[in-house]
Ligand binder design. Structure first.
Ligand code: ATP
Length: 513
């Protein structure tokens, strides 16, 4: 099946099973805004828990905060967002569709990568066992030709971005003969800068309302609380402040479902370090964050780092963690070395001294900052994309199964009485009433056991148990595991120990240390 079709199926699966709904759907939706349904919210909360606990439980020197979305408008002047939080936009005159000029070029770079991979696949097919991939990539004429074109484009693109050269960005689009995917034409407008912040008014106009912004990142809430936390928590550098919260960006193009939303959620951690040590911490955090992703077991080959073509105005190093989505490798998390830019700017704009007195050095300095910033929704999407599978079974049957990591699954255990009589529902409820204190359980008595299994496979429930007539005599139930579909008879009193460890967030956290 084409990857595009797989993605469409994932989107409709999310809706059909109550994971994600388009916002305001009965009014035909609102562009790039989504609601999480009854199962989606559980999965999302589990992702957040995994992140929060990995930060605040596993690191003694990281604490959390929850700052307000509304902040003093000068914060966004100081942070540079009012002047520089822009994306370059371009319109196709025929389709009237709007695009991000940088994304069109990034997609073109990805096309060169795809071409190279196709050549490599052809080579593999031709030379079979004798195929030496490394040598092929280094010597094959066609591969070298494409790689050279890609490198030249990359160089030109990076220069144009760094110089904010909008004319050159447009010229690249023309020279590369990039067409609008809708109209198929190259009839492009000029490239313009577009500020992504949403504005609103606070206070009534008669009192002199002021323009405030919906925060486009949660990070600034951490910076402006740096002194509060450092002092009241008696924090010693190096230390970190973590926060999970909503962020808002008036994205130019909002396609690809929850990959790019106008209202989304971020999990950000700012780690304050001694100046001069930041690049060491930067590589350490890259490693720590990659380990966090890979502990989910989605396969190391599905992740890669991507260094930024253009550094943001505040950064001296930046790298993204990319995950292989059905539409290619895409950013899920950004790791940035933000220097002392933000704290210095806030010191200047607020007139307050924002420094750290280092007792070991006996001197004060403005700390440098390493940021790890991950989108909850993008993480959710990557989990869904990896988990979704249409599996062919023996005997020509098939099933849709969500192979979610058990610790993230919305429901951990489904409990079925074999029939709706003979005291089996009562026994099933008795078991549920005991286990519901330890993990999320669901009870189902409708339809055949086979159909009930399929329903829970489709929402990723790792375990199902069936209570049958024998249960009333021997105190045992049949437990069935989602991925292997293996069934086993176990004692009711052993259920908790058997399941709890596998479905807890702790089981994931233990892989990190
Ligand atoms: P992109 O280049 O895709 O626009 P970005 O580099 O602007 O992303 P950051 O500012 O580094 O993103 O934000 C950190 C993280 O927040 C991203 O890695 C992503 O997971 C998430 N994020 C950013 N913008 C959005 C959005 N519009 N919708 C959902 N998640 C987002």
């Amino acid at each position: 099946m084409a990857q595009e079709d797989v993605f469409k199926k994932i989107v409709s699966h999310c809706k059909e099973y109550g994971f994600v709904f388009p916002s305001s759907e009965i009014y035909d939706g609102l562009g790039a805004v989504y609601d999480y349904g009854q199962l989606g919210v559980e999965l999302k909360n589990n992702i957040k828990q995994y992140w929060w606990q990995s930060m605040t439980l596993l690191h003694e020197n990281i604490v959390g905060i929850d700052s307000a979305i509304f902040m003093h408008p000068t914060i966004w002047k100081a942070s540079g967002h009012v002047d520089a939080f822009n994306d370059p936009l371009i319109d196709n005159k025929d389709s009237k569709k709007r695009y991000r000029a940088d994304v069109l070029i990034e997609d073109q770079l990805a096309k060169y990568d795809e071409k190279i991979e196709k050549e490599v696949a052809k080579g593999r097919k031709r030379f079979k066992e004798a195929f030496n991939e490394e040598e092929f990539r280094a010597t094959n004429g066609r591969v070298l030709e494409i790689a050279a074109k890609r490198a030249a484009l990359h160089e030109r693109f990076a220069t144009a971005l760094n110089d904010s050269n909008l004319v050159e960005l447009r010229q690249i689009i023309l020279d590369e003969e990039i067409v609008c995917p809708i109209s198929g034409t190259r009839n492009w407008t000029e490239v313009r800068q577009f500020n992504l912040m949403f504005k609103t008014e606070m206070g009534s106009t008669s009192e002199g309302a002021s323009t405030i912004y919906l925060r486009p990142e949660t990070a600034q809430g951490i910076f402006v609380n740096y002194l509060n936390v450092q002092k009241t928590g008696r924090m010693k550098i190096p230390f970190g402040i973590a926060q999970i919260g909503k962020a808002f960006r008036n994205e130019i193009v909002a396609r690809q479902f929850i990959f790019r939303m106008r209202e989304f959620e971020q999990m950000e951690m700012q780690f304050f370090v001694k100046p001069g040590t930041e690049l060491e911490w930067f590589s350490q955090w890259k490693e720590t964050r990659m380990a966090w992703h890979q502990a989910l077991g989605f396969g190391a080959e599905n992740y890669r780092f991507h260094d930024h073509e253009k550094l943001a105005h505040y950064a001296n190093a930046a790298s993204d963690v990319e995950f292989k989505m059905p539409f290619g490798f895409k950013e899920v998390e950004g790791i940035h070395s933000r220097t002392n830019f933000d704290l210095s700017q806030h010191a200047q704009f607020s007139g307050k001294k924002i420094e750290y007195f280092d007792p070991e050095l006996n001197e004060s300095y403005t700390p440098y900052v390493i940021e790890t910033s991950i989108g909850v929704d993008r993480m959710f999407l990557s989990v869904m994309c990896h988990a979704y599978e249409e599996e062919k079974l023996e005997g020509g049957d098939s099933r849709v199964v969500l192979r979610l990591p058990a610790a993230l699954a919305p429901v951990k255990l489904a409990i079925f009485p074999l029939v709706k009589k003979d005291g089996l529902p009562e026994k099933a409820h008795e078991i549920m009433n005991e286990l519901r204190f330890h993990f999320k359980c669901a009870y189902e008595e409708k339809d055949s056991i086979g159909k009930r299994y399929r329903r829970h496979d489709a929402i990723g429930t790792p375990f199902c148990i069936t209570v049958d007539h024998e249960t009333l005599n021997d105190g045992c139930v049949t437990i069935r595991e989602r991925d292997t579909m293996k069934q086993e008879r176990v004692k009711i009193e052993d259920l908790r120990a058997l399941i709890e460890d596998k479905v807890s967030i702790t089981s994931l956290l233990k892989k990190l240390k």
